[in-house]
Design a protein around this ligand. Sequence first.
Ligand code: FAD
Length: 463
Amino acid sequence: TTALLWFRRDLRLSDLPSLLDAVEAADRVLACFVLDTTLLSSSGERRVQFLGDSLRDLSEQLDGRLLVVRGKPENRIPELVKAVDATSVHISSDHTPYGVARDKRVAEALGDVELAAQGSPYAVTPGRLAKNDGEPYKVYTPFLRAWRDHGWHSPADTGPKSATWVDPKDVTTSKSKAADIPDPGVDLPQPAGETAALKRWKQFVDGTKDFAEHSVADYDDVRNRPDLDATSRMSAHLKFGNIHPRTMLADLVDLEKKAATKDGATGYIREICFRDFYATIMHHWPRSSWWNWNSQFDDIEVDTDADAEKAFEQWKAGKTGFPIVDAAMRQLNESGWMHNRLRMIVASFLVKDLHLPWQWGAKYFLEQLTDGDMSNNQHGWQWTAGCGTDASPYFRVFNPTTQGEKFDPDGDFVRRWVPELADISGKAVHQPGDDRPEDYPEPMVDHKAEREEALARYQKVKG
Ligand code: FAD
């Protein structure tokens, strides 16, 4: 008998429960991936590159026994099932609105052949935790408590040798022709794929990162500092499932027991939990993917006219005249990644200083970010815009200048990304004043006035 193992956001072989399930269900396993034309068209080039590189790593680990096809999964998967006479199809569950609808279509198209979901991209599968009254959590801190109490499985013991793999060359179907793995030729600042993810994680955990001097040990102290290369940069690996958070949590729980790494590990676990939390929010409220989670904000006044579009272009280009905002946007445009503190600063600037719809910024982020992820991105934006789950009240408006001075205290980050300001030393770079070079723009808005404007708009919709 043969089973299909259909990879999606789980591009790895270790710690993969769906692989265990497939092996239990059949004698041989056909590993496959569908280049879903709908998803490909909405992914920025960097994510397509990361996906392609992850697939190449997977294929290499399987000695080429990965079949990649292109098209609509509801057509391709049943064709493959027919071609190898498969008795079941195995997946890790997906919780985005698109993924849920797609899997429903595929299950229907498969008829009697089971689409079996085992495991998810999260430590605790979205939908599993509920409050005492049976309602889903809406607030992060009690979710964190319940999430830690609930706990998670140990990593599943799987790898390339776990199955007898079907060679794709033996699979003949007229329609599901093997497709080329995408390779748009984008230069990614860090390698993709499971092999790279496990290496990077180990370096971060062991404190032997060869690219910086920080590690999990000082994560909690320095994770808010964009001028230091102090965070793990595991986000794209997590997004594509090159590593499962369970694998990371197994290490982190051990590190929590050692004094030197205790705070760092606890801090990191909190961030992994944020990822689970946002996926859970999207699972229960799919509306929050492009609409305000808190519908009270549906009526807030936002600017969308020609001037707004012009302001949006300045923001995107990193030419707002606010050094930390510009440095952050240029980091995004040039590298496809932005530090979390900066994501909050530029998002706040777009929503509260420019009064643009958060969705404009979120869409631009998804085009540029290698780690672009629906639940993290859309809820990160809404957290900052104040229309998401209740963590950040609307009236909290980030001051871009003082945020810059606090989190880039010597101005190194700004000088790295905004060469026009390279001659201004120290933290003065955050307020160039009379030293502002001619080729660097004046601040595009008066922050104090726009803060008042944002608060006035908020007052109008406040219940
Ligand atoms: P680390 O600090 O090393 O964190 C470890 C992991 O924890 C991350 O890889 C990530 O998976 C998770 N994590 C950390 N912070 C958060 C957070 N605030 N919310 C949810 N998960 C978190 N993250 C994405 O993965 N994709 C996105 O598209 C995305 N968009 C964002 C948009 C905005 C406006 C904001 C404010 C945040 C966004 N984040 C997003 C969350 C966060 O900024 C990134 O996960 C983090 O910067 C990635 O870098 P890292 O892996 O070095 O993080």
